[in-house]
Design a binder for this molecule. Structure first.
Ligand code: FES
Ligand code: FES
Length: 178
């Protein structure tokens, strides 16, 4: 079984994974299955399985990544993977988690992993680029629809709670920006 070493929520993990295909056409287990089935990470969800909804989002070296279509052999050795399960040390919720709960942004909750992890990656990349402004409602809508200049992937909520999700992301951004 092929293996590599990655950082998963701050811990070094030996990542054994199933592989198929050939040298010229490699294929392997998806990152989503590796996380859920081998590492007990149940934050990322299987929604569509074809990179369309965002429910499986994790941060891979800081970038929001659709783990349902990311095969393990393409994950770099020493990659840094962050999941919803490891967002905090358990003592205090992250501002995004707090805002989603306080504003009751979830209905069934299935999309929430993607909403939280996707917006976390987006907000952190804005801050790292020196943008200290709280995103406007329109910027957040553009982010969720994949129309933002710094994000081309959309995030779907099949229950249609987008209005509250936008409010939760904006509330969390204010807290993150202090
Ligand atoms: S499950 Fe991966 S994008 Fe929908
Ligand atoms: S709350 Fe049900 S899919 Fe978003």
């Amino acid at each position: 079984m092929p293996t590599r070493t990655v950082r998963l929520n701050g811990k070094t993990v030996q990542a054994d994974y199933e592989s198929a295909g050939s040298d010229s056409s490699p294929s392997s287990e998806q990152l989503l299955y590796w996380l859920r089935n081998r590492q007990g990470q149940h934050g990322p969800r299987f929604g569509c399985g074809i990179a369309q909804c965002g429910a499986c989002t994790v941060l891979l070296d800081g970038a929001a990544t659709r783990s349902c279509v990311r095969q393990m052999h393409t994950v770099p050795d020493q990659a840094d993977i962050r999941t919803l399960d490891g967002l905090t040390d358990g003592a205090e919720p992250h501002p995004l988690q707090r805002a989603f709960v306080s504003l009751q942004a979830a209905q069934c909750g299935f999309c929430v992993n993607g909403m939280v992890m996707g917006s976390l990656g987006w907000l952190e990349s804005r801050i790292a680029a020196g943008n200290q402004a709280v995103p406007t409602e329109q910027e957040i809508k553009d982010f969720l629809s994949g129309a933002a200049p710094d994000n081309t992937r959309n995030y779907l909520c099949r229950c249609g709670t987008h209005t509250r999700i936008v409010a939760a992301i904006r509330t969390a951004a204010k807290e993150m920006l202090g």
